[in-house]
Each structure stands twice: as C-alpha cells, then as structure tokens.
Ligand binder design. Structure first.
Ligand SMILES: [Zn+2]
Length: 720
C-alpha cells in the first residue's frame, strides 16, 4: 500500500460529478480543496481520509481505506504529500504527533487563499511546448492521427456522453504517456488497445488551469497505439451551446451546436487540442429521434431521421475544426454540391439569400485551384451564435443575422468558403499565427466578392473594414496590434480582434499592388498547393515568400518591409488606404447636409446600398442633436431597420448622441441577438454613462442566459 501511495500524488474526490484533482507537493494546501469544492462536508471527508493516511504511515491503516468509499470515490496520496500536509517527517514514528499536525493543517482550511498563483501557471504554460503553447499535448512524442467518436446527445443533462478512440503514431522510441487537453470533462475510464484487446489503463486528470483546462495524462504500455477515453461533458462546456426550444425559431425542439476555435474542442473531446495536430475522424452520434445531427464531415443530403447518425471525415483537419450541430434541421440543395441545413421556418429565406454559393465555389476554384473537400453546405444557427460564421470544413456554421433579404451581407459566406483554402487547407500551426488563417481569408473573401459583385462593392467592403481596423488599433493594447502576435500565457479569445483579419488582408493587398495581380495570384495558387493539409508557422510562410516571390522578383519588396508588416505594432505607413467612388460621393453629400446646404431628402439615398448606409452612419459626428437624429429617423426609419448591421450602426450612434428614442429597440436587439460583433460595442457604449450602465445591467440580466458561453465571458467583463 505504501508503495502505491508513494507512486502518485493524486487526489480523487467525488462531488456530485466525478472531479479529479492533482495536488502537487508544492501546492498541497487544504485551502485549495476548500476553494475547489466550497462544501464543508466534502472538505471534512477529505480531511478524514488524510488522517487515515497519516495513520497508515505508522502501519495502522488496516481497513480504513475501504471505509465509506464507493467505486470511484477514493483517495491516493503520496507519502511526500502527506508529510508535507501533516507538517512532519516520514521517519517520525510518533503517530500522535502526526495526527496533531493533521489537525493543525485542517484548521487552515477556511483561512488560506488558493496556492497556485496565476503567474506560476503562466510560467508553466510558457515553458510547455515550443510548437503550440496552448496545448498540454506531448506533440513532440506522439502524432495523433485519427479519432473515432461514439457520443450520445443528452439534452436533459446538457451533456455529450460516450467515448473517443484516439489512434496515434509514436515519434520517439521511449514514449510512456499520451497527454491530452480537456476542460470541464468528466473522465470515467481509460482503456488501452493491446493486441486488439481493450485493457484497463491508468490516467490522471490535473487540476484545472483557467486558460488551458485540465491536462489528462494516460500511461502507455509498450506497443499501444490506440486508447479509448470514456467521458461526459459538463453543461458549462465552453465549446458547446445548449439551447432550449424557446431559444430556437420553431420553439418546439432543443438545439445544440459546437464552436471549437480557438481552444474549446477540449471541452467536448479529450484531444491534443492544437492546430498543429491534424486528424481524420469517424463519429456515431445518437440523438432524440426527431432531431438531425450534422458534423464537419461528409453529410448525406437525404439522411433519414432515426436518432443515430454516422459520419466520416477523411481529410486531416486541425482539432478546432471538429464540429457538431443537432436540432430540428431540414436540408435544401442549392446545387449538386452545395445546400443549406436550417430550422424549417428560415430554410427558404436562407436558400434565397445564399444561392450564389455555388458561383462562389467556382470563382474561388478559378482563382486558387480546386475545392478539395467534397460538398460545401451551410448550417444556419440560432441567433445566439457568437460569431458571424465558423469555417467548419464541408459545413460552415452561419449566423442568421446576415439573412437581410437583399444579399447585402453575403461576404460572410465568401469568407467562410475562402477558409477552405486559407485556414482549413493551410492552417496556422498555433494561435500566434492566427493572421495566416484570417488575413489570407479576408483577402480571398474580398477577391471572391470582386469577381461576383464587382470592384466597387469589393472596395466599399475593404474601406469599411479598414475604418473598423483604424478604430480598433486605437482601443487595443499595442502588443495585440502585431500580426504575429505574442499570446504566451494569454487566452487566444482575449486577443481576438480585427487586426489579424484586416491588417493581414491589407498586407496581402499591398503585396498584390507591389508585384502585380498576375504574379501574386500565381504565388498564392502555389502556396495553397505546397502547404495543402499542413499546419505552418509565420516563419515558414516568410521563408516560402522569400524564396518564391521576393527572390524571384528582386528589388520590389525588402525583407525589412515584410518584417515591419508582420512583427511591428500598429499600422504601417505603407498600408494601402482603399477608397471607393461611392463613398466619396456619400462623404461629399454628408458634408453638405451637415452644413445645411442640402436637406435630408436631397441626400440622394434612394439607390444607396447597405454599405453606403453603413459608411454614412459610421461617419456622422457623434454629437448629433436630438432634433437632427429625430429628423433622420423620421425620414429613413433607421430605428426600425431590419438590416442588423445598419441597426447596429444606428443604435451605436444613437447612444453616443444621447438619442433615447431607440432604447426599446435596443433592448429588443440585445436580447434577440448573441453575435458578439453586433452586441459587445453596444454594451461597451452603454457602460460609458451611469444611466446607460443601469440599462445595460438590467438588459444583460435578461439576455445573458440566451448568450453563448463565449459571449457571456466577454460581456461579464464589460457589464459589471
Ligand atoms: Zn475567418
């Protein structure tokens, strides 16, 4: 028994769910247990068990191990831990003294703070992994190849339950562990596949790190290249949202979907959760019979509803692209290879809005080479989805807030589709290189828009994006305005901004202008092909750029300029400043309007596109008088706009100008939409005044349960 105890430093306790902590000798402090469980009775149980171990030091354990312990309700603690805890030495023979020390330790339970400091945790993270410091995974020892998932979707418990088989190659001779990432996952059992037989395996789940989650370490035996982890997700899984029927369009059935980027796959699959890892996967998903499951895999358009669905994803993808959606979904084809999954009530509107999708695929193939993923479908999510879209391969997840009735916001589809080349095919190896995904994608998106809708619209979209970017860099910490951003120790979600998107895009627009479109297009085609199905770093990109563009066309662009773009903060002076003739006209008219030369009716808005409206509203002074706001509202019905982007811009201007007529509309807007881009700036603006803050707090209280965990996390920091 003592031997077993000496081998480990683990502490297992059951508290409702099976919670497993790892207490290192350094951090063994009963206050940690107290903080973690906030339950006196459990703390007491733990203390009693500690006392029993202290007894065990003197050979008096006898049957106390078995007292009151159920199957997985047990405690193992190392001799080192126990002696540290008890404040006495191992060789001491005096049981009474040890018991006294344990008693003394127990009295500290409620008074001490958590021992593991944030700084310490960040140091551990920094030191961990040269490839990707947002994973615990031992990527240098093990090459994860394939997952087989078998999961049941339990809406009542808000949990995915079942197992995952992880198949891997060993990269070194001596590999004794498989280390995975998890967050808020209950692991019940691990098995090793040994000579085609499943045998019990040993594992330990570490205490939870605020950003990284909990490291899951599985002991490997010789020759084992596949392990099975039985697990259940918890309702607070950061990568899943569970919606009640009331939160859906149809109001009859629940809905569940995942959002794994950046590091949330670990909250619903124990995996080496890094974009440097590429896996194929198969899945069996069990749902209530009346619901359909879809995944970022091959989805069969005419799937019958039967509550059991099988998926295959034969192309190797990074783990953040594992995705699932379950709900009352119907499918409608838009072409042989494109279609829409949506709740029945919005299916037709979505198909009408997005019926250019096939043309978008063709145009992108003409520009950058074949689409390599088979089908390209869209899944329309409920309005709580915190993003505009997510490029899950073969099946982009899309917010319904872009269904405007006039295709004015379909650049979002162009964006998600573009990821099929930049991001999904050629992937950032870690989150410091995120701009490789988003800068390239924003550039490709805009090229698709230009091909389909013309140069003027493409320029308007560039110009709006650059206006946003210029504002964003004023508000961001300077270090987050660097393209190749340093995220060591930070949560990638915290650094999320328009910088990797639009600054990255402008870098590529600048390269295009320097080398000419023909040369740059040819370079991109080769780049996507050369790195297809690989995850690369900024340094790899720079080396490829140098060899294949800079050196082949010398004296056009210097390496110094490239480094300024990629490694310097803020916006370089050489950044292109896209202008559009249409916007120039809007600017001139606005000037005339503000100086009283023309009336609202003479503004000439009849033919304005959504983009011109956005440009107009975004560039009005923020101290408009109430009379002027009211007159504009009466003329253009802006408070009632059903275009979510226009409504957003108008509501923001109204708050800045103190135009309170919009408040009921604002309340409704904030409660019905969960897309962060549209709601976070409004909450931030509200918090600027005392009265606004009161309004924000009241509305947020109502709206919060309907928001995704990501939006909740962002807004909890804003509305407080
Ligand atoms: Zn994107």
């Amino acid at each position: 028994m003592i031997e077993i105890i000496n081998l480990t430093t683990k502490l297992y306790v059951e508290a409702g769910n099976l919670l497993i902590l790892k207490a290192s000798p350094k951090s063994i402090d009963l206050s940690y247990i107290s903080t973690a469980f906030k339950s006196a009775s459990i703390v007491q149980t733990v203390l009693n068990l500690y006392r029993q171990i202290v007894c065990c030091l003197n050979g008096r354990l006898s049957k106390s191990w078995d007292i009151g312990m159920k199957k997985h309700q047990y405690l193992i603690c190392s001799l080192a831990v126990v002696t540290a805890l008890a404040g006495c030495q191992q060789e001491s023979e005096d049981v009474a003294e040890k018991q006294q020390a344990a008693e003394a330790a127990s009295t500290q339970v409620d008074t001490k703070e958590v021992v593991v400091s944030k700084v310490e945790q960040e140091e551990v993270r920094k030191a961990h992994n040269p490839i990707d410091d947002h994973t615990y995974g031992n990527l240098h020892e093990v090459d994860l190849k394939h997952l087989d998932l078998d999961l049941t979707v339990d809406f009542e418990a808000k949990s995915l339950k079942g197992y995952v088989d992880l198949s891997f190659d060993r990269l070194q001779d001596e590999v004794s562990e498989l280390i995975l990432d998890t967050r808020d996952i209950n692991v019940s059992k691990v098995e090793l596949n040994q000579n085609e037989q499943w045998v019990a395996g040993e594992f330990e789940l570490a205490e939870k790190d605020e950003v990284m989650g909990s490291k899951l370490t599985i002991q490997l035996e010789d020759g084992v290249n596949k392990v099975r982890v039985y697990y259940a997700t918890q309702p607070q899984a950061s990568g899943l949202q569970w919606l009640t029927p009331e939160q859906t369009d149809g109001k009859k059935h629940p809905f569940m979907y995942s959002q794994a980027q950046a590091i949330h796959a670990r909250s619903f699959v124990p995996v080496q959760d890094s974009p440097a890892v590429r896996i194929t996967y198969n899945a069996t998903i069990r749902t209530p019979k009346e619901l359909l499951a879809v995944m970022s895999a091959h989805n069969e358009p005419d799937t019958e509803l039967d509550g059991e669905y099988h998926f295959e994803m034969p192309q190797a993808i990074p783990t953040y692209l594992i995705a699932i959606g379950v709900g009352d979904l119907k499918f409608k084809a838009m072409s042989d290879r494109t279609g829409v999954y949506a709740e029945p009530a919005i299916l037709d509107a979505a198909v009408a809005e997005f019926d250019d999708t096939e043309d978008m695929v063709k145009v992108t193939e003409d520009l950058y080479g074949p689409y390599r993923w088979g089908r390209y479908d869209l899944l329309i999510l409920p309005p709580a989805f915190p993003y505009g879209g997510m490029e899950n391969p073969r099946l982009s997840f899309i917010t319904p807030t872009v269904i405007a009735g006039d295709k004015s916001l379909v650049n979002l589809i162009a964006h998600e589709l573009a990821h099929s080349w930049s991001g999904n095919l050629v992937t950032n190896a870690n989150w410091h290189d995120f701009w490789l995904n988003e800068g390239f994608t924003s550039y490709v998106e805009n090229r698709i828009m230009e091909e389909l809708f013309g140069r003027e619209r493409a320029l308007m979209e560039q110009s709006l994006a650059v206006q946003d970017l210029r504002q964003a860099v004023q508000d961001l910490p300077e270090e987050y305005t660097v393209l190749n951003v340093d995220l060591k120790g930070a949560d990638p979600d915290d650094a999320f901004s328009t910088v990797p998107y639009t600054k990255g895009q402008m870098f590529l627009v600048w390269l295009e202008e320097k080398f000419g479109r023909e040369v740059f297009d040819a370079f991109l085609v080769k780049y996507f092909d050369h790195f297809a199905f690989q995850s690369i770093t900024t340094e790899q990109f720079k080396a490829y750029l140098k060899e294949n563009l800079l050196n082949k066309h010398p004296d056009i662009v210097s390496e110094e300029e490239i480094n300024t773009w990629i490694h310097e903060p803020m916006l370089p002076e050489m950044m292109p400043n896209p202008t559009s003739d249409a916007f120039n006209i809007v600017d001139a008219k606005t000037k005339q309007l503000l100086s009283g030369e023309i009336t609202l009716a003479e503004l000439g808005t009849k033919e304005w596109t959504v983009h011109e409206w956005l440009h107009f509203i975004n560039n009005l002074p923020t101290n408009m008088s109430n009379d002027d706001m009211m007159a504009m509202d009466a003329e253009f019905k802006l408070t009632e706009s059903t275009n979510n982007e226009i409504a957003h811009a108008w509501l923001l201007l109204s708050l800045r100008s103190g135009y309170e007529v919009v408040m009921p509309r604002l309340e409704n807007y904030l409660i019905s939409i969960g897309r962060r881009k549209l709601i976070v700036p409004l909450y931030k603006q509200l918090m600027e005044t005392e009265q606004g803050a009161e309004f924000a707090k009241r509305v947020y209280k109502v709206a919060r349960p309907g928001y995704h965990p990501l939006a909740q996390a962002t807004l909890d920091e804003v509305v407080k």
